[in-house]
Design a protein around this ligand. Structure first.
Ligand code: HEM
Ligand code: HEM
Length: 144
């Protein structure tokens, strides 16, 4: 597609973020984490995550930090595996490539990979309340 340009403005960041959540929230692998576990309020979340990307890509300083903590809380409710983060990155990179092309678009993909790797590593070191996502308590199986 020759008509793709680079990410230039906050509006571009928001467009990218909205397109990403359109995919992520309906994704068969990770959608439930947003919709069922976090019960994400998208309209409240979009400005925050738009600021995150505006800060990284455009130097806006509109995001104050502390991105890891909400993921640690989510992980306690429903464990997130490295595979979930891999899927997140695949959806993010596909969305970036579909809408934009250029240096900032490349940075958006590279930074997402770094953050995903860092979050995933940090979460694997945290305790979880239950070993599986199958229910509030692991079922005891009697007999065969
Ligand atoms: C213009 C340059 C950059 C900006 C504005 C930026 C911005 C950010 C922001 C806002 C976060 C979230 C931090 C938080 O919420 O606590 C973050 C996380 C992260 N960034 Fe960058 N970043 C930049 C460059 C880089 C570079 C060059 C690398 C590595 C080579 C990098 C690696 C990471 C990693 C690994 C995390 C996740 C840290 C964690 O919470 O475990 N960033 N970055
Ligand atoms: C499977 C992977 C992921 C899932 C399921 C997920 C889910 C979520 C959810 C549900 C929230 C909202 C939490 C709340 O407001 O209580 C959130 C916040 C956020 N996520 Fe993720 N996330 C994932 C990976 C990532 C990655 C890789 C990045 C960065 C590249 C990222 C960046 C952020 C940021 C910046 C926030 C806002 C934190 C704040 O309130 O300051 N997430 N995420």
């Amino acid at each position: 597609m020759g008509d793709r340009r680079d990410i230039e403005s906050r509006e571009d960041c928001e467009r990218l973020v909205r397109a990403f959540y359109g995919r992520a929230m309906t994704d068969p692998h990770i959608g439930y984490l947003f919709t069922d576990v976090a019960k994400l309020d998208l309209e409240a979340h979009v400005p925050v995550i738009t600021s995150f990307w505006e800060t990284i890509l455009l130097g806006a300083r509109s995001y104050a930090g502390g991105a890891f903590a909400p993921h640690a809380r989510l992980h306690l409710k429903s464990p997130m595996s490295p595979g979930h983060f891999d899927r997140w990155v695949v959806l993010w990179c596909a969305t970036v490539d579909e809408l934009f092309a250029g240096e900032r678009a490349e940075l958006a993909k590279a930074h997402a990979r770094r953050v995903a790797r860092a979050f995933s590593r940090r979460l694997q070191g945290l305790p979880v309340e239950q070993p599986t996502a199958s229910g509030p308590l692991p079922l005891t199986r009697h007999g065969a």
